[in-house]
Design a protein around this ligand. Structure first.
Ligand code: CUA
Length: 358
C-alpha cells in the first residue's frame, strides 16, 4: 500500500511539473516583432494542417532550434526593412505625384539607370538571404558519431528504441543536456515527421528510409514533441515528451529504463498482473521480465513512470487510464488499441498494475 501511495504521489508531482511548449509555455515576454513573425508562422502551420496552438520556436533550447531562430529573425528584419522602404516610397510617390487639375500624365520608358537599380537591389537582397541560409545549413550539419537511439513513427505513437542499452520506450524520451543527440528516424507505416520545436527543425520519417537528426540540447527542461506531417485521423494526437536531463539524471534514467518491470507490490496490482497475462495484452505489448512480449504496440515496462497515455491523448492518471482502457476508440478514434472488455474490478486491478510499472 505504501508503494501504491508513493507512486500516486510521484504521479501527481510528475503531472504538475511545468512542460515547456504548448503545455505551459510562456510567450508573453516575446516582443512585438517576434509575435508578428509568430503569427505569420502560426498561420502557415495552420494551413499545413498542424496544431491550432503554436509551439514556441522563438524560445529555442537546442542548437539547431537556435540556429533556425536566428535565421528567422535575420530574415524578418531584412524583409521588414524592404517592406517599410517600399511602403514609404509608395506613400511619397502617391503624395508627390498625385493628380493635379493642370497636369497631364507623361509616359516614361526605357530608363536604363532605374532598370539597373531595381534589378540589382532585389538581386543583392536575395544574395544576402542565400548566404545567411547556406551558413545556417552548414551550422546545422553536425558530425555523425552514429545513432544513440532510433525513433520509430507509428500511427499514432512514438517508439524510442535504445538498442545498445537494451530497452525501448514510447511517447517519452530523455536525453542529456549539452551533449549531442544523434538519432535515426524511421517509420513503420506512413510518412510522419519528428519535431521538437524548441530543439530544432522537422525531420521526415519515411517508411523504408533512414533519416538522421542531430542537435545539442542546451537547457534542461521538458519539451513538447509532435508529428508535423499529416499521417491520418489521429495526426493531432501524436505527441511525445522530450525531456532534457542533466548528464547524471540521464544516466539514472537509462539505468532505470534498463531494469525489467518491478514485481507488483499492492494486492490489487498483483491481481492486475494475473489479469494482464491472460487478457491478451501481450499480443501487442511487452512488459520486460513478464510473459508479455508483443512488439506491435508501445513497450509498457515502465508505463507508470510516463506522463501521457495514447501518445499524450490523456495525461497519465489512474482515472484517465481507466477511461482509456474502457474505450480507446472514444478517446482516439481509429487508433489500433482495442477496447479491453473486463468486469469493473478487473479493470481497476489492471490500472493498479500498469500504474505501478514505474
Ligand atoms: Cu504522425 Cu502526423
Amino acid at each position: 500500500m505504501m508503494r501504491a501511495a508513493g507512486s500516486e504521489a510521484r504521479g501527481r508531482e510528475r503531472v504538475s511539473q511545468p512542460v515547456e511548449g504548448r503545455w505551459g509555455g510562456n510567450a508573453r515576454r516575446a516582443g512585438v516583432p517576434v509575435l508578428l513573425a509568430g503569427l505569420a508562422l502560426g498561420i502557415g502551420l495552420l494551413a499545413a494542417g498542424c496544431a491550432a496552438d503554436q509551439p514556441d520556436i522563438f524560445r529555442a533550447r537546442g542548437s539547431a532550434g537556435e540556429e533556425i531562430r536566428q535565421l528567422a529573425v535575420q530574415i524578418f528584419i531584412i524583409l521588414s526593412v524592404v517592406l517599410i522602404t517600399v511602403w514609404a516610397l509608395l506613400a511619397y510617390v502617391i503624395v508627390r505625384y498625385r493628380k493635379r487639375p493642370e497636369s497631364e500624365a507623361s509616359e516614361t520608358r526605357g530608363n536604363l539607370k532605374i532598370e539597373i537599380v531595381w534589378t540589382l537591389i532585389p538581386a543583392a537582397i536575395i544574395v544576402v538571404l542565400f548566404i545567411l541560409t547556406v551558413r545556417t545549413t552548414q551550422n546545422l550539419a553536425l558530425p555523425d558519431p552514429g545513432a544513440q537511439f532510433t525513433v520509430v513513427g507509428h500511427q499514432w505513437w512514438w517508439e524510442f528504441d535504445f538498442a545498445d542499452e537494451g530497452f525501448a520506450t514510447a511517447n517519452e524520451v530523455h536525453v542529456a543536456a549539452r551533449r549531442q543527440v544523434s538519432a535515426d528516424v524511421v517509420s513503420t507505416d506512413v510518412i510522419h515527421s519528428f519535431w521538437v520545436p524548441q530543439m530544432g527543425g522537422k525531420v521526415d520519417m519515411i517508411p523504408g528510409h533512414v533519416n538522421k537528426v542531430a542537435f545539442v540540447p542546451l537547457k534542461e527542461g521538458r519539451y513538447l514533441g509532435e508529428c508535423s506531417e499529416f499521417c491520418g485521423a489521429q495526426h493531432g494526437k501524436m505527441r511525445f515528451l522530450f525531456v532534457v536531463d542533466s548528464p547524471a539524471e540521464f544516466s539514472d534514467w537509462v539505468r532505470a529504463q534498463q531494469q525489467p518491470a518491478a514485481a507488483p507490490a499492492s494486492p490489487e496490482a498483483r491481481a492486475g498482473a494475473a489479469v494482464i497475462a491472460t487478457v491478451g495484452c501481450g499480443g501487442c505489448h511487452a512488459v520486460r521480465g513478464t510473459s508479455l512480449k508483443g512488439t506491435f504496440g508501445p513497450d509498457l515496462t515502465h508505463f507508470g513512470s510516463r506522463g501521457g497515455i495514447g501518445a499524450w491523448s490523456l495525461t497519465n492518471t489512474p482515472e484517465n487510464l481507466l477511461t482509456w482502457l474502457e474505450d480507446p476508440q472514444a478517446v482516439k478514434p481509429e487508433c489500433l488499441m482495442p477496447r479491453v472488455a473486463l468486469p469493473p474490478d478487473q479493470q481497476k486491478q489492471l490500472v493498479a498494475y500498469l500504474e505501478e510499472l514505474q
